[in-house]
Design a protein around this ligand. Sequence first.
Ligand code: SAM
Length: 243
Amino acid sequence: MNSEPSVARFDLSPRRDEPLLRFVTLAEGLTVQSVDRRRFGSITVDLASSSILRRAAQGRGGLLAKAILPAPGKPMPLVWDVTAGLGRDAMTLALLGCEVVAFERNPFLGMLILDGHRRAKAEEGDVGVAARRITVRIEDARRALERVDQEEARPDAILVDPMFPEGKGRAAVKKEAALLRALVAEGHNPEQDAELFTLALQMATWRVAVKRSLRAPNIVENPAPQATFTGKSVRIDRYSCSG
Ligand SMILES: C[S@@+](CC[C@H](N)C(=O)[O-])C[C@H]1O[C@@H](n2cnc3c(N)ncnc32)[C@H](O)[C@@H]1O
């Protein structure tokens, strides 16, 4: 991997005892890395990554598909991913055939996902087609949800995945989660998550899916999900909307 910056370098001042982060433009795209790369590694948004393609290849057997896709033969939904992060879920849904509006409120993550999206759109074949089904919006989804019906078309389904997980499992996953937490610099905020979910439930016409780690409590006490789909490390709770 080419690790030398080709054009630009931009250092973010560390907060508290967090790592010094740096944006660099590499051959593979805009990348955030910690100056101490052995501890935290680096992140480039790759919407054609093998893990995204593997999840999409599971088709209707995958967790997101089970939670969000309609029955075979029905039209594909317009999905708002209101917590886009690195765009993995948004791209998986787009590869499955959904139109997706992906919202990310953090401007640094916004830069990464916009860059990854631009590169994916230029690809030929399924990746390019799917990327062109995605609209990326760098803004707080709560503000857009508040404008639904006035300026915004109502989404059929909404995906909420509020927190970067603590990073259990493989070392690479832990490093990535630590780097993302430093970049986003926000702690877990259950009140904000509940507000986002409540708006989503009011504004979607059909269903809301909430990704949680396996043992996390439900995003709100009431209502309870109508269905839960459980994977190895996460589950997705599905709620129906009154529409
Ligand atoms: C766990 S990550 C999502 C990961 C994503 N599902 C993926 O596949 O890469 C959560 C992201 O949601 C963003 N976020 C949280 N609340 C938001 C809001 N109200 N509007 C837009 N983005 C939000 C955070 O900045 C963070 O990047």
